[in-house]
Design a binder for this molecule. Structure first.
Ligand SMILES: Nc1nc2c(c(=O)[nH]1)N[C@H]1C(S)=C(S)[C@@H](COP(=O)(O)O)O[C@H]1N2
Ligand SMILES: [Mo]
Length: 199
């Protein structure tokens, strides 16, 4: 079988299936934030697991740094159509954060300084698929990108990777977060192009 140059020319390069439909690659790291960048002193920072759990957890910054961390290299995909390959992070797996809490729910709401929220199925933040990351590209995570710490859920559109995350609230059902209330998809799979309501 031969593929004509004209046919090939109309095909998008999806990098062997690695680039989701409708996305293009960027080499810089765009900043997308609603509102001002919150700045909380590390002495006041805590991270907690709350809601429908048998036992809540809370760590201060020092305790959080002492948790087992992982180095992560992943592709990220923003709903505004940029994708970035091989981003490198260091963070604590959500599995580690939920250990011993015995979650009784189906979903979590990530809650952030500044009031941003986003909802995720519990199954999408467990099983080695999500982290609370505090280093990016070998340095402390910059405030603009969610420092001191942000959620990293690379298999979903990047609006699910909540910057300045402070709490995971386990919920007994699904509920929309900030963008989901404003028309973004409740789930957000980039490979299924689940950008908005009804996708
Ligand atoms: N707290 C908070 N988290 C957020 C956002 C935000 O506005 N506030 N924007 C989301 C969106 S739409 C995207 S694409 C990514 C952007 O992350 P970046 O600015 O590090 O590229 O953060 C997500 N997390
Ligand atoms: Mo986004």
């Amino acid at each position: 079988m031969t593929i004509s140059p004209g046919f090939r020319g109309r095909r998008r390069d999806d990098h062997g299936g690695r680039l989701p439909p409708g996305q293009h690659l960027v080499s810089d790291f765009p900043v997308l934030t609603v509102g001002p960048t919150p700045r909380v002193p590390l002495e006041e920072w805590t991270f907690s697991v709350i809601g429908a759990v048998d036992a809540g957890r809370e760590w201060n910054w020092q305790q959080f740094q002492a948790l087992p961390a992982e180095d992560i290299t992943v592709d990220i995909h923003c709903v505004t159509t940029w994708s970035k390959f091989d981003t490198t992070w260091r963070g604590v797996s959500v599995d580690t954060l939920l250990a011993g809490t015995d979650p009784q729910g189906t979903h979590v709401m990530a809650e952030c300084d500044g009031g941003y929220t986003t909802n995720l199925p519990l199954a999408d933040v467990t099983g080695g698929k999500a982290w609370v990351a505090y280093r990016y590209d070998g340095a402390s995570l910059a405030a603009a990108h969610g420092g001191p710490a942000r959620l990293l859920v690379p298999h979903l559109y990047f609006w699910k990777s909540a910057k300045w995350v402070r709490r995971l609230r386990v919920m007994t059902g699904d509920a929309p977060g900030f963008w989901e209330e404003r028309g973004y998809n409740m789930y957000g799979d980039p490979f299924l192009e689940q950008r908005y309501w009804g996708d």
